[in-house]
Ligand binder design. Structure first.
Ligand code: F6P
Length: 363
């Protein structure tokens, strides 16, 4: 008889509820109990934030976006922002308190569903505190190195592609350049996949620092060929040659694991307007990409990850993350999983495809 605690940490991604469903059902089949820690580790700080998860509770959640447990990207127990009595913000390490509560509540293991930030915290609990942990990879950014794909990515790409599709008609009607900023942090996967699928003229990704002159060239080529509009897809982490990442002012919140990216779309639009004198508009797709029901692909992947995580618990394979490798469920160590991020390989077939079908990549 095991008692599992599951948590969802970092930015939400479509498919989280499907993982929870699969964990609960697979554990129940083994006669085990599952509890959900709300808001990342909150349930292991305050027992009121711990919820029992039964088949009845999860029966209809697989198709729901978000996470029934809630999530946070400011909840690192090793560096938690807490207000002291004087009202000042202090960073404190509450990992020992969490470990104590984990043991006191009688948990046998923790299934941590998260991106690289949350999985790195899970790795530290395993390595430094001895918590038996199994990781499940989640992020719309698809930037986890050790797994071919993360759930949430396919849904985000579908949403972005649909938005780009819709921009064609308005861009064409007004002979405009439309600049769309998509998410993805330092990886260009969402921009590349949605840009190619949505028929973008230009795709700018963090892996290829861009030159505005090459963007101008592409827009002028369009004109020469009688196409008086253009769609430019920009990843939020893309940078112009010789410039830094555009980070929104005042948005580097206390305790946040990463800076909040954004603003490069506006910058590119202004530059396009200036150098081409074309009517140009920009929009940020933002959190639309994280919302809504997971695609069938993401649901299935999330369900497979959840079931595989419980299998790993059964086999005692702690300190590992479940990964998709060559289409199969495999295990990788949390250390390996969080060591580096997966960037777009410039020899990737999608990069070659983009170039061959005439998409400008800004270089
Ligand atoms: O990692 C997922 C992600 O959506 C990134 O693509 C984006 O940069 C970030 O999270 C946004 O974070 P927040 O939800 O805090 O605005």
């Amino acid at each position: 008889m095991k008692k599992i605690v599951i948590s969802t940490g970092g930015g939400d991604a479509p498919g989280l509820n499907a993982v929870i469903y699969a964990v609960v059902m697979s554990a129940q089949a083994r006669g085990w109990e599952v509890y959900g820690s709300r808001g990342g580790y909150k349930g292991l700080i305050d027992p009121q934030e711990m919820m029992p998860l039964t088949p009845k509770i999860v029966e209809d959640i697989t198709s729901l976006g978000g996470t029934i447990l809630g999530s946070t990207n400011k909840g690192n127990p090793f560096a938690m922002p807490v207000k002291n009595l004087a009202g000042e913000m202090q960073i404190v390490d509450i990992s020992d308190l969490i470990m104590k509560n984990f043991n006191r509540m009688g948990f046998s293991c923790h299934i941590a569903v998260g991106g690289d930030g949350s999985l790195d915290i899970a790795r530290r609990f395993y390595e430094e505190k001895g918590m038996p942990v199994v990781g499940v990879p989640k992020t719309i950014d698809n930037d986890l190195f050790a797994t071919q794909l993360t759930f949430g990515f396919d849904t985000a790409v579908s949403t972005a592609t649909e938005a780009i599709d819709k921009l064609h008609s308005t861009a064409k009607s007004h002979d405009r350049v439309m600049v769309v900023e998509v998410m993805g942090r330092e990886s260009g996967w969402i921009a590349l996949n949605s840009g190619i699928s949505g028929g973008a003229d230009v795709i700018l990704i963090p892996e290829i620092p861009f030159d505005m002159d090459s963007v101008r060239q592409k827009i002028e080529d369009n004109e020469l060929h009688g196409k008086h509009y253009a769609i430019v897809v920009v990843a939020e982490g893309a940078t112009a040659k010789d410039s830094g990442v555009v980070c929104r002012d005042n948005q580097c919140e206390v305790g946040r694991q990463e800076v909040l990216l954004g603003g490069i779309g506006d910058w590119v639009a202004k530059e396009v307007r200036r150098i081409t004198e074309k009517d140009t508009r920009s929009l940020v797709l933002g959190h639309l990409q994280r919302g809504g029901s997971p695609t069938t692909f993401d649901r299935l992947l999330a369900l497979r990850f959840g079931a595989a995580a419980v299998r790993m618990v059964d086999e005692g394979l702690f300190g590992h993350m479940v990964a998709l490798v060559n289409g199969e469920m495999q295990k990788v160590t949390l250390e390996e999983a969080t060591r580096r991020r997966k960037k777009v390989d410039l020899n990737d077939d999608k990069i070659l495809t983009a170039r061959e079908i005439g998409i400008c990549l800004g270089d």
